[in-house]
Design a protein around this ligand. Structure first.
Ligand code: XMP
Ligand code: MG
Length: 181
């Protein structure tokens, strides 16, 4: 079923899992062993990554979810609006934002700004994928990154094409026929 739509497998399942284990170890070592971390997954693309990463972090962890949508204002800066807010209060907590992919960086910039107003103890960012060529928000800092990828549309492991293929256990570049119908 997938054969006809894959142009290229960019990151295999084993590579993903190996890198996620490394990230989990780095994150575990960064914090103090009794620090509690609120992991904030940005829906829906970050779900698979959050689930696997959380199991590789050996610290007390609380899992929470946020859904945002971006819209263009009258300027080209864009903005994001919260569709589903966190359930947890993050005041005085260590927050770790978990993203599927950082592209322009606009989503992340706005999420960080919104969460900062709630006075967390710290805010860190872990993304599975980074497309540095596309970054417009140069000052947005990523603390942990799984893979730098070229400027190609990618799907799988949480990332979708029209809500499909999120359950594919690897990351692939779809054939252009997929969008051309
Ligand atoms: P920004 O530009 O705000 O965008 O950093 C981040 C969001 O854009 C989506 N995005 C992608 N989704 N394949 C996808 O399925 C891609 O190659 C891709 N590039 C960006 C994604 O929702 C991400 O959170
Ligand atoms: Mg999408």
């Amino acid at each position: 079923m997938l054969e006809g739509i894959i142009e290229e497998i960019l990151i295999k399942e084993e590579e993903l899992q190996e890198r996620i284990a490394q990230l989990g170890e780095k994150i575990t070592n960064y914090y103090n062993q009794d620090d509690e971390i609120v992991m904030v997954c940005i829906l829906r693309g970050g779900v698979m990554f959050m689930a696997d990463l959380a199991r590789k972090i050996n610290l007390p962890v609380v899992l929470d979810f946020m859904d945002v949508t971006s819209y263009e204002g009258t300027t080209t800066t864009g903005n994001v609006r919260i569709i589903k807010d966190l359930e947890e209060s993050i005041g005085d907590k260590h927050v770790l934002i978990v993203e599927d992919i950082i592209d322009t960086g606009l989503t992340l910039k706005h999420v960080i700004n919104m969460l900062k107003t709630r006075n967390p103890k710290s805010i860190k960012v872990c993304t599975l994928l980074d497309k540095p060529e596309r970054r417009t928000e140069k000052h947005v800092e990523i603390d942990w990154n799984g893979f730098e990828i070229p400027n190609k549309f990618v799907v799988g492991y949480g990332l979708d094409y029209e809500e499909r293929y999120r359950n594919v256990p690897f990351i692939f570049v779809p054939k252009s026929e997929l969008y051309e119908g």
